[in-house]
Design a protein around this ligand. Structure first.
Ligand code: GLV
Ligand code: GLV
Length: 338
């Protein structure tokens, strides 16, 4: 087990024992031990499985609040938390732009083959300019497809449309007023080409760049699979900064092998921290270790929000009117000006 560091913190209202860990990811048993017999609340990470065992341990220790330090909460069984009387929070808003910027970075890096070119350069293979060296895709005028048009998907769409003059199709089970507001002028004019698709297949068929931003649940598990990959253009770019299991990674590796011009940018993986066999050898894949929200500003914001979620509940701040409210802090401020 990782040796947790216990820090005692004083504030005018009492003493808190804060446990932090140095590096290693904690197991359920580690966390039960850390909770001990008295614990008011916990800030947890997306690598931890917050289900019956942990919520029951927290509840027995008198705990009333849990916050994921993440916007995604597929690692949290909110029903179990409710059963044990523990309120749950997450950290939306503060990571919207940072995460969308990584999705944009991966889109560009894949389009322009930046990682492959960098490896080539460092390997000393560059011996002079050639017309066909690392030819990639021009984004301008191509179609970007956003699957899941919540905060992050909408911010990404805005970047790609406004920044790179791409056409947009989005697909979401809900109509996204958030996203549609971006592109609708006050006079009702639509300055860019965009539409909401009626089916996944329609978007996949037409898209040059596809970026995944849904939550992970039963309905989005393996949303991208062998069949959906087969529908996509042979030279499409697929980006995933949501959750790994949204893609069937084994099918993806096979698809990358069969289609060398198809490229992916992945921030998340099905069995983190592992990659499915073969993925790391694929030149047409860019892989980064779940860093989409890793800007200094955002990580400070996530930590602060997670702390406010827990302390807000423990100290009874009025924001906690609903005992099991996720998405506590809505990020209306991160909406662009109308
Ligand atoms: C990170 O993946 C998050 O959900 O915040
Ligand atoms: C996540 O916060 C999203 O809305 O995409």
């Amino acid at each position: 087990m990782a040796q947790p560091v216990a820090i005692e913190v004083w504030n005018p209202n009492g003493k808190y024992r804060i446990c932090t860990q140095k590096k290693t990811i904690l197991s359920v048993e580690d966390i039960v031990a850390l909770i001990g017999d008295k614990c008011d609340g916990v800030i947890g990470q997306l690598t931890e499985d917050w289900g019956h065992t942990l919520f029951s341990a927290l509840s027995k220790a008198g705990g009333k609040a849990f916050s994921n330090m993440a916007v995604g909460y597929n690692n949290v069984d909110v029903n179990a938390a409710t059963k044990y009387g523990v309120a749950v929070g997450n950290t939306p808003g503060v990571l919207t732009e940072t995460t969308a910027e990584l999705a944009a970075s991966l889109s560009l890096a894949a389009a322009r083959r930046i990682v492959e070119a960098d490896e080539f350069m460092r390997a000393g293979l560059y011996d002079g300019w050639l017309p066909h060296l690392f030819v990639g895709n021009l984004l301008k005028g191509q179609t970007v497809d956003v699957i899941g048009a919540g905060r992050i998907g909408s911010a990404y769409a805005r970047m790609m449309v406004e920044g790179f003059k791409m056409n947009l199709i989005y697909y979401d089970i809900y109509q996204s007023t958030r996203l549609e507001k971006f592109f609708l002028k006050a006079n009702g004019e639509q300055p860019v080409t965009w539409k909401r698709a009626s089916s996944m297949e329609e978007v996949l068929r037409e898209a040059d760049v596809i970026s995944l931003h849904p939550i992970l649940d039963k309905t989005t598990y393996h949303l991208v699979n062998k069949d959906s990959l087969a529908v996509m253009k042979k030279e499409a770019i697929l980006v995933n900064c949501s959750r790994g299991p949204v893609i069937d990674e084994v099918a993806l590796v096979e698809h990358l092998k069969q289609n060398p011009m198809f490229r992916v940018g992945l921030d998340v993986f099905e069995d983190e921290p592992y990659m499915k066999p073969g993925l790391s050898e694929m030149k047409n894949a860019i892989v980064v270790p779940h860093i989409a929200s890793a800007s200094k500003w955002t990580r400070e914001g996530m930590a602060t929000l997670a702390a406010l979620n827990v302390l807000g509940k423990v100290k009874g701040y009025p924001v906690w009117s609903d005992p099991n409210r996720v998405d506590l802090f809505l990020d209306e401020n991160s909406l662009p000006p109308a």
